[in-house]
Ligand binder design. Sequence first.
Ligand SMILES: Nc1ncnc2c1ncn2[C@@H]1O[C@H](COP(=O)(O)OP(=O)(O)OP(=O)(O)O)[C@@H](O)[C@H]1O
Ligand SMILES: [Mg+2]
Length: 240
Amino acid sequence: MARKIIFASGKGGVGKSSLTAGVAIALCEIGFKTLVVDFDIGMGCLDLILAADDTGIFNWGDVINGICEPETALRTTIGPKLLVAPTSDDVAFTADAVKKMIASYDRDFDYILFDAPAGVSGGFLLAAECADEGIIVSTPDDVCVRVGQYAGDKLYSLGIENVRLIINRFNKKLTTHGHYLNVDEVIDATVLQLIGVVPEDRKLSYCSVTGMQILLKSPAKSAFYRIAKRIEGINVNLVI
Ligand SMILES: Nc1ncnc2c1ncn2[C@@H]1O[C@H](COP(=O)(O)OP(=O)(O)OP(=O)(O)O)[C@@H](O)[C@H]1O
Ligand SMILES: [Mg+2]
């Protein structure tokens, strides 16, 4: 059975999709069969970040609606397999239908990562229903940590007990100058266990244009590896 992890945040644009993709690629390179599911209904972008093959036409809504077989909806990418999100939120999916659809992939993967939309409704709730573990992504600023804590609490209230934190876009220099919160301050404010810190990395910001294949060697890529290993329970140093 696959481990199912939701990547979520209170605030938008904090790096959920980039980090879901990066950690998924790292898990694949370590040797785990990994599936990424885009839950940003109507606004999915993981096919671009993961440079998916452009031959696929189906999304996970088509699987639920019986338009295609589960296997047919899988897209091939530079790393994990990908299920793209339905392109419109005109049709509401029930949590039971989404859970059943995800269950049809359970035996074929070691990990299934869910990229949630910002906030705590819609695709977030559907993904949370399917997940056993959670990762809250937060940038080191007051606004993001406040709503990040809220999103973490929401996951706990939905029965997900293992919720951890990734601090994204960390910039040591700006933190030292007091422009951003430091690591301890973010941990204290979110009340979550830290699983990794991803630095501000200009290369990663290009990935929404170029796809993640450009990240051959970069500080963000190294951070994704450390996070993937920690998810697996391997003891690796926290690099900040
Ligand atoms: N560590 C980083 N360093 C530099 N740029 C980053 C970093 N993390 C994310 N970005 C950039 O920030 C932007 C937003 O990232 P992304 O789309 O992954 O956020 P998101 O939380 O998924 O957004 P949304 O809430 O809209 O789904 C992108 O342009 C991305 O390349
Ligand atoms: Mg996103």
